[in-house]
Ligand binder design. Sequence first.
Ligand code: PMP
Length: 428
Amino acid sequence: MVFSLSEKLWAEAQQLFPGGVNSPVRSFKSVGGIPFYVSRAKGSKLFDVDGNSYTDYVCSWGALIHGHAHPAVVRSIGETLQDGTSFGANSPLEIKLAQLIRSAMPSIEKIRFVNSGTEACMSAIRIARGFSGREKIIKFEGCYHGHSDSLLVKAGSGALTTGVPDSSGVPSCLSSLTVVLPWNDKPTLLEAFKKYGKETAAVILEPIPANCGLIPPTEGFLECLLSTAKQYGTLVIFDEVITGFRLAMGGAQELFGIQPDLTVLGKIIGGGLPVGAVGGKKEIMDCLSPVGTVYQAGTLSGNPLAMAAGIAQLEQIKKLPTYSQLETLGRQLEAAIEDIQKKLSIPLQFHRFGSMFSFFFTPKKVLSSADAYGVDKKRFSHFFTSLLHSGIFLPPSPYETAFLSTAHSESDIDELAKIVYDTLKKIT
Ligand code: PMP
């Protein structure tokens, strides 16, 4: 593969952006090498400026459940665009997307749209604090809830990948209000609630953490968390920025049969345009201005193009047998990886949940972020680079999750399995 135009752009970008990028993980810092520059994308494929193509398992970090440039999404954005890009006033599209979301997630009675998952998580925390009059929050190590001050404490995703899970620039008076607990550890959870429960406004979690690799909850952990939080009057916030509409129309909360107090959404509900949302029980959401005293606002919130893209993507989910199609592809991949593991003796844990998956290069089971920290990062870098040079784009970090879309085909998965096999044979 030749990367000469990407190399040229990368050199220019170094002069313009810190680390050459507008979001850290795009720098390929933890895997080495030069990041490629995308010229266009269609279905499951990305095409770079040098003419290389990749089967894409990043899918805009999970946002594109139907792959790139889906005709229904493109059409909807195009039609909406003819009537203007932003109104600074209400549009019916906001109501339509809100109704689609509410009918899929019964825990959401009222919702507010914002422009990113970060904003939505930040607002959810403020709502919980305003509602309860309490200041502390509980989060889990390795979970990522965007880059607002209170939540950049032992964070996953790019913060972990680039070695700054506790960002500098966050005032200690804020981070000291964030209690961080290990994932899947019931005794520590119970202990923490005993100590801090009565002062804690909310516990925020990814119900299936996907920002430290993919680490599903162990049996009974979520139920224990919910009943304990209830006992102490602590609100439960499900950050379903990734899992919302990815695993089921009703997200992880539908799968687990759990109703959180507040839910945070993003990614899929924006069809690839910038969006976020926080929703939940009416009496909690009504704390927001202009009804209540918790302030939150946004120039571009409820943007018509983002709403149109989200509506088209959600309607498309309903039209197709989306989740059974994704599960079939996921099973095909899992079976292929199991087969590879039998053939080659490699210290690899492969995790999959529906259309989400990740590779942990470690001989030990991975149940928490502490287990994930022990992965062989060098081996992951070789794995990533070798796959990339064979036309497969995985997330450029051992601490992220890969995604399938309905645009992926069985032959895409066969191709992936073959390249994974050839690569692992070389690097073991
Ligand atoms: N929550 C979760 C679970 C996420 O995965 C992310 C981003 N990947 C965010 C929040 C922040 O979303 P955004 O990047 O849109 O600010």
